[in-house]
Ligand binder design. Structure first.
Ligand code: XMP
Length: 516
């Protein structure tokens, strides 16, 4: 990314809070470019990054404990404004000679606080404020030169500041929506205190990305694996706008896609947008490779392997290509950097990273500084249809992990049809955009039913619909019984070989979202 245009940058240092990424997203929503780095970023890197301000995240450790993550002293020596959130505030207090102590009663959830004094951080903020707390430690004595800006019934120091040095701390989480006016508080910090200017808009981002891509790629040819998912779709549109005919997309039809998905991808990208897309019909290859295999992990491995093989074959045919474009986004970059929530499981994707060495393709990852919501906004600004941009996630192995056990063409057809009815009805009833992910699952067990006067002995379809923020935990969607009844009737009447429909009411954990 062209770093010059966004002169004003905010740095978020990550002490391991589950909300660290959220802080960075909020700052960007306020129009200032921002990056998340580990808490122990080196001074040299810090100087190079040259932030207008620094936000220290919360974290699970105790500043008084053995595993405390230390605050780098150089941060507090310069003139750059700092805002510590939760652990961040406690780390500042401890570092500067204040006192931090454990509290007997952990404060977690919504709390009422009272502001006191006047500070630019809280200009325009209600004096009695509802905030979100999550802490076991608290500052009991502020460092010299600091004033207390807020307190609550149980916490004497909910916010503190050294206005002269522009060092601030809040015990609560302004980045979560449960904190009233939280975004306004961050706005005051980055605009009024740090003096950041908002230049981070979709239009600017697109202009910059295009300039960067053109500069990097020159007149070279670029290959992109198009899956029809949000990231690769937005990337295709962006690359096409940047380098036109120098882009060739490869779209592998695994035979495990949803109803009409393959046709839709070709229609959107090839017919409407004039992008060169090579569609590889690999259904036969995939189904053959999967024949007789019922173990979920083995199925995933085979699908992944076949995908790479098919992609490689096509890519090798494109002799002049120099670049392989990938839809890596900022969360992938942060997660693979290994800071933040270390326990998080990263989903395996079909990254086509294993291309033959002789091709010597260089990686092109223009979206790697963007969060998912920014990628979506970019897609809309590039003219992609909202239905495509706001689609539910679809796993790399496709319907392959939604047919339990062995995959057969007959099962794929039944599932596709049932799934399309469910999705069509969710859209018609206005539920599609309210739930995070919904789909049908094929169960290869037979149950008895009666149609007309005939006894039927056929398969079972399970409907699954969940609500989640991060897909790490999820609860089921409370879809109305009438709605479920209507979808069930349609599936039983319209899809052959199904005699029963059930609704999966398991949350995650312990159940995962996909059935395999
Ligand atoms: P689980 O089933 O682990 O799924 O609760 C969480 C989210 O990840 C998606 N998922 C995958 N995505 N390749 C992907 O690209 C995969 O192998 C894969 N497995 C699960 C799943 O659809 C859900 O959104």
């Amino acid at each position: 990314m062209n770093k010059n245009m966004h002169k004003d940058k905010i740095l978020v240092l990550d002490f391991g809070s589950q909300y660290s990424q959220l802080i960075a997203r909020r700052v960007r929503e306020l129009g200032v470019y921002c990056e998340l780095h580990p808490y122990d970023m080196s001074e040299a890197k810090f100087r190079e990054f040259a932030p207008k301000g620094v936000i220290l995240s919360g974290g699970p450790e105790s500043v008084t404990g053995e595993d405390a993550l230390p605050l780098s002293g150089f941060l507090l020596q310069g003139q750059i404004p700092i805002l510590g959130i939760c652990y961040g505030m406690q780390a500042i207090a401890a570092h500067l000679g204040g006192k931090v102590a454990s509290v007997s009663k952990k404060e977690f959830g919504p709390m009422q606080i009272e502001l006191q004094g006047a500070s630019p951080l809280f200009a325009s903020i209600d004096r009695a404020l509802g905030v979100w707390m999550s802490h076991c430690d608290q500052v009991v004595e502020v460092p010299e030169g600091f004033v207390v800006l807020a307190s609550s019934e149980n916490t004497p120091v909910v916010a503190m500041a050294h206005e002269g040095k522009k060092i601030y701390g809040v015990q609560f989480h302004p980045e979560v929506t449960h904190t009233h006016q939280g975004k306004e508080i961050l706005d005051h910090f980055i605009h009024d205190i740090c003096g950041g200017v908002s230049t981070w808009t979709s239009r600017n981002i697109i202009e910059e990305l295009i300039e960067d891509i053109q500069k990097k790629v020159g007149s070279d040819q670029v290959i992109l694996g198009l899956s029809g998912g949000v990231d690769s779709s937005v990337l295709a549109a962006l690359l096409h706008k940047s380098i036109g005919d120098q882009l060739t997309c490869i779209f592998v039809d695994t035979g495990l896609l949803r109803l009409n998905e393959s046709e839709q991808v070709m229609k959107t990208f090839s017919d409407h947008m004039g992008i060169r897309v090579i569609r590889v019909d690999a259904e036969q290859t995939f189904l053959q490779a999967l024949e007789g295999v019922s173990d979920p992990e083995a199925k995933r491995k085979i699908i992944g392997r076949e995908f790479v093989t098919v992609f490689e074959q096509q890519a090798t045919l494109m002799k002049g290509a120099k670049w392989l474009a990938q839809g890596t986004i900022y969360s992938d970059v942060i997660e693979s950097a290994g800071h933040g929530n270390k326990s998080k499981v990263i989903k395996s994707h079909h990254n086509v990273g294993g291309l033959p060495a002789h091709m010597q393709l260089s990686l092109l990852e223009p979206l790697r500084t963007l969060f998912k919501d920014e990628v979506r906004k970019l897609g809309l600004a590039l003219g992609l249809a909202p239905e495509m941009i706001f689609r539910h996630p679809f796993p790399g192995p496709g319907l392959g992990v939604r047919i339990l056990g062995e995959i057969k063409r007959e099962y794929v057809e039944i599932l596709r049809h049932a799934d399309s009815i469910f999705i069509e009805e969710l859209r018609a009833a206005g539920w599609y955009d309210k739930v995070s992910q919904a789909f049908a699952v094929f169960l290869p067990v037979k149950s008895v039913g009666v149609v007309g006067d005939n006894r039927q002995y056929e398969y079972v379809i399970s409907l699954r619909s969940v609500e989640t923020v991060d897909f790490m935990t999820a609860r089921i969607s409370q879809l109305p019984y009438e709605f479920l009844g209507h979808v069930t009737n349609r599936i039983l009447n319209e899809v052959s070989h199904v005699s029963r429909v059930v609704y999966d009411v398991s949350g995650k954990p312990p159940a995962t979202i996909e059935w395999e």
